[in-house]
Every structure is written in C-alpha cells, then in structure tokens.
Design a protein around this ligand. Structure first.
Ligand code: SF4
Ligand code: SF4
Length: 414
C-alpha cells in the first residue's frame, strides 16, 4: 500500500435515510483508514467537540451517532482501550462532565462500553511546541503522548472569532480548562490566537479525522447559530486540507479563516486541494452556502491600507455585548468563566429583569460567554453607525457638520 498516496485521500459521504454508521464506514473505507491499525491492543484516543451540554439536534457538539459509528468501526481492530475525551469551554471543573452528559456523548460511550472522561481527569503534561508561531508551550493531558492513535472528530460550525470551527480549532479542546482562558488573555487578537491554535495542533497531530456534518451550524456559531441538517460525513488525514475543503463546500471565505494560512506556513498540512483525491460525492452536489458569522471582513486587509483596516477593526467593527433578559436565567456561567472578569453579577437577582454587568473596556471579545451560556441569551452585535458616532473621529465630524450648518444658517439669516 502506498502510504503517501493514501495520505492524500479524502472521502465525502452523504448520510442517507439517517444511516450515519453506513456513511462513516464508507468514508473510512474510501481512505483506507484500516492501515492505521497495524496491530491489536492499541490505545485509541477520540476527541469529539463537546463544547457544552446542548442536545445533539442543536448542532453544538459532535453528534453521538457519529461518535458511535467511529467507535464501532475502531472496535473491529481489537484495541486495548478506546478513550473519548474533551475539555469543554469553561474554567470550572465539572463543566466538561456536564457537557458530556447533556450532549448524549456519555450515554453513547456507556452503551458502547468505552471510557469517557474529561481530559482534566487524566494526568497533566506540559507540551513544548517546536518552532512556535506564537505559543511555546501549553498544558494538556498525558494521554496525548500515550495514545497510539488520535482520532479527531470535529463538527462543522461557523465561529464568531475564527469564522470556522472544524479540524484545527477542535484540537484547542485538548488544552485543559483554565489554560484555555489563559490562552485568550495571552492572545486577544484573532491573528495571534489562530496562530496559537496551529501551534497546539502541530503538537497533538491527530492521525485521522472524521468530520461531523450531520447537523452543522451557520450564522452566530459556535453555540447560538442556526442548525443546518446537512447529512454529510468527511474523512481524511490532513486537517488543514479538510478545513479548506469545508470552506469551499460552505462558501465561507477561506481568507477569513486565519489559521489556514498560519497552518500552511507552519507546514501542518496542505491548502492545495488539487493534490487530493476526493472520493464519494461530487463537491457541487453537496455545496450549501452557509450564513457567515458577522465580523470584520478580513479580506479587506488586502484592499485597504493596514492603518484604515485597523481603525475599522478597533472602532467601527467593535462588538457590543447584548443579553436577552427574557432568556437569561442568572445561572452565573458567563461571569464565572470570563477569562478577564469583564462580566460581573447584577446587583439584583430578579430573573427576567436583572442581567449580568458587562465591562466593555475589559472585554477581549473571546466569545467564551456566548459559547457557554446554556440559554443562548448572549449575542454580540456590531452597531457600526453607533460606534462611528461615538468615536473621536465621528464626534469631530458631527461637531464640524453642526458648526458648518449653524454658520450657513447665520450667513443666510444675516
Ligand atoms: S447570560 Fe447566560 S450564562 Fe450569563 S447568567 Fe444569563 S443565562 Fe447564565
Ligand atoms: S465578556 Fe465574554 S467575550 Fe468578553 S472577555 Fe468575557 S467571556 Fe470573553
């Protein structure tokens, strides 16, 4: 078998008549994934997306049926252990466990009799990043080192900060709880944060990826967007190429997915889809335009001088935190998990009236609160006109125009 050629295989399979297992098995056969199991008794680590405890139909987490199909497929090779792990988005211990139960992941693992626990319940290990782009080390689980094979099981979702969350972003979940929050404070700018994602991926290096496009998410992802029932499974080896392909299939602008360029620079994969053999469905048959998240069009960087772009990013496109008092249950998840303590509890405790207090100057727009709010009560809005009017330039312009108006009026009158 030609290994380098197999590394260039990708499979794209439709889920027909809700038969998820058949689509997953076909995709893995297409790419000859059995070659990754040269012996019995291997230790297999599976990393789904278990961001929070939302039900599978909400499309926030990897669908349990996709996970179940992968577990069943792996069982054919008689591994010693199959371990399903993640560390969910928050800072508090117990959140991942809760997310595993609420998402249906734990139940599937119990049914299939495989291990399922949060990364934070395994021994910690500090990993050093060779030739880092921005991040020289991070703390994760020792399982990353100990596993014979890591299978990445991401979900296709739009992402307010990164535009897309799929293969590369899913591996951020191997970083333990509070260390994730620290990463947001270390790299508040999206270009640096996405470079850190690539540094982490370059160390974890999952050997196999199965993408859950059964239920995907568009718009205000990764936690409060709209569900897209897409019935799609992708499998391959090169996470970077797969993410690039997902952009192509969803119409998301790949120039906005900054980790793609960082990943190509670091050499964790290829962006040249021409060199891959894509088996299964034809791309044009599965194409579905996704609503992008609302954010500054970074592609503009190429068209306008950097100074103007930076001004737009800082002033015009500044997001404002908004919470729906009707939806907010004052559960405290947001203020307990904000990495920079930009959120504090309200003075009152009347549900439906009182809401958490947001400090716009402290907020680094990491979107952790929107991702974690169990009631989808938080949104970020970009009020461009308001931002402009309240900026120094806007205030000056308004003042100047008012002055000019008064002057013209005086000249007309006298
Ligand atoms: S906004 Fe959401 S996370 Fe924050 S207190 Fe309200 S319900 Fe909880
Ligand atoms: S308020 Fe929300 S978006 Fe802002 S820093 Fe805190 S968690 Fe992040």
């Amino acid at each position: 078998m030609n290994y380098s050629k197999d590394g260039d295989l990708i499979s794209l399979q439709r889920i027909r008549e809700e038969n998820v297992e058949s689509a997953v098995f076909k995709a893995l056969e297409d790419i000859h994934a059995s070659r990754l199991f040269p012996k019995k008794g291997m230790k297999i680590l599976i990393k789904p997306n278990i961001l929070s405890g939302k039900p599978p139909e909400r499309a926030v987490t990897t669908h349990p049926l996709v996970l179940q199909a992968v577990i069943r497929w792996v069982k054919q090779f008689s591994p010693e252990r199959i371990i399903v792990c993640d560390s969910s988005g928050g800072r508090n211990p117990g959140l991942t466990e809760k997310a595993m139960r609420g998402s249906g992941i734990k139940a599937i693992c119990e049914k299939e009799e495989v291990e399922c626990f949060p990364f934070e319940k395994s021994p910690r290990k500090t990993y050093h990043v060779p030739s880092p782009l921005v991040l020289s080390e991070f703390i994760s689980s020792s399982l990353i080192d100990e596993a014979d094979l890591i299978i990445n099981l991401p979900k296709i979702k739009t992402h307010e900060l990164c535009t897309l969350t799929c293969c590369i972003k899913n591996i951020f979940g191997t970083v333990l709880l509070g260390n994730k929050a620290k990463m947001h404070t270390l790299f508040p700018r999206v270009d640096e944060f996405t470079a850190a994602l690539v540094d982490i991926y370059s160390v974890v290096k999952p050997q196999l990826t199965v993408i859950d496009g059964y239920y995907a998410m568009e718009g205000f992802g990764p936690a409060a967007g709209d569900v897209v029932k897409w019935n799609l499974i992708l499998a391959g080896y090169d996470g970077l190429a797969l993410d690039r392909l997902v952009c192509k299939l969803t119409g998301l602008d790949h120039n906005q997915v900054l980790y793609l360029e960082h990943g190509a620079k670091k050499g964790i994969g290829s962006l040249n889809l021409e060199k891959f053999i894509i088996k299964g469905e034809a791309l044009e048959h599965v194409y579905r335009k996704f609503k992008p998240p609302k954010k500054l069009p970074l592609g503009l960087l190429k068209l306008v001088p950097r100074k103007i772009h930076n001004y737009a990013a800082k002033i015009l496109y500044r997001s404002r935190w908004q919470v729906s008092p009707e939806k907010c249950r004052l559960c405290g998840t947001c203020w307990q998990n904000c990495p920079v303590e930009a959120l504090t509890p309200p003075n009152g405790i009347e549900i439906g009236k009182d809401i958490p207090i947001w400090d716009g100057n402290a907020c680094i727009t990491c979107y952790c609160c929107t991702e974690l709010c169990p009631y989808e009560a938080i949104q970020f809005k970009v009020p461009i006109v308001r931002n402009f009017l309240f900026s120094k330039f806007g205030a000056f312009l308004v003042g100047f125009l008012c002055g000019l108006g008064i002057l013209i009026a005086l000249l007309i009158i006298f």
